[in-house]
Design a protein around this ligand. Sequence first.
Ligand code: HEM
Length: 414
Amino acid sequence: MHEIPRDGVPDSTLSFAWDGYLFITKRCTRLGTDLFRSRLMLQSTVCMRGEELARLFYDNERFERAGVAPSRLQQTLFGRGGVQGLDGNPHRCRKEMFLSLMSAERIAELAELSAAQWHRSAANWERRSQVVLFDEACESLCRAVCAWTGIPLVESEVRRRTDDFVAMIDAGAAIGPRHWRGRWARNRAERWIEGLVEDVRHHRLTVDEDCALYAISWHRDLSGELLDKRTAAVELINVARPTVAVAWYIMFAAMALHQHPQCRERLLAAEAYYLDYFVEEVRRFYPFFPVVAARTRREFESKGYRFPKGERVLLDLYGTNHDPRLWDDPHTFMPERFRQWKRSPFSFIPQGGGEYLDGHRCPGEWITIELMKVAVMFLSTSLRYSVPQQDLRMSLSRIPALPPSRFVIGNVQI
Ligand code: HEM
């Protein structure tokens, strides 16, 4: 039995901020290991990467999520009391509610709303010399997801509500003003959505029974109680906010189309499955969530190592998606690699791994893929545009990664 290797420094919090997405990979390479113990934000933390350790990480007998998310993440990205921090049956009951929103028909409706929205927005772009694609994608997705979830969105508030969803996503790993913007955004959004939940419950607002606002307002937990209004708001924001986050992937897809023009040609030629491979490669290649966190439920031994009870563990999503043992030439953008991919729930984990219902894997994965497909087809077949000189360099210390120009396009024609 071995002790888990240590990274050998008293505290690595600043190094994490500096190395960002590469923090775990760099240390694994240096120490010749797939796991090591570090000290992060005053807590001993085991960091691990790769398919085998991802399989271990998603073993519910050994790991749990309650109380793992740091307070600064709860005050911005996640909110308090949401599905991310639940375990066992309470998690399953809540997760069933999310998954019930994800029927093929409902996802197709969201895809249609989004396609219509892209066309509506682009009609305005023709009159402008340039547009920032990321900002447009955020607004367009915000409009589509609000219509889909039943959230009434007043025209004069569209930009502010969109900015609040974006600020929550942007704030999770940030310090200073970016963090505070996220906290204020969350407080505003929770107050707004709590009011809507109360309106539904008191029949002041009528919404379709198959939409998320209805399902969450009337969802009952295992004790048969309705969710308190703040938790209901947190869960509805857990649908709307990450749908707006798909704008990051759409911007990355546009960057890939620009940097690899042969991909656009293959999309235009409607090569079988190429769109699927392209979208998967965007999700694998570009950085978004660097890690996910859990805590050991009890002491156990695995892979020749002893894990103590109550230890925080981080799984490296970005590093696993770029692990050269799983992906040939991992830092090359190559959609066709997915032709040979042996589907494993633990090797390709941009939105988490393992199971959907009994695990924490992202329930929005199908939505993400469909919205990306709609946007990629729109950009490659319905639109003509130029890409002016701009700064597209992406720092891997910024979480979530975002190029300074947020992808500007010009001379748009539909
Ligand atoms: C969980 C990523 C889109 C809803 C997660 C997790 C990741 C992730 C990494 C954590 C997995 C884990 O803890 O093991 C992403 C990315 C997205 C995206 C990169 C696209 C940009 C969506 C969408 C929804 C959604 C569109 C809308 C329904 C959720 C929820 C959870 C989650 C509710 C918590 C699940 C649980 O704890 O059981 N996502 N997601 N996500 N995602 Fe997504």
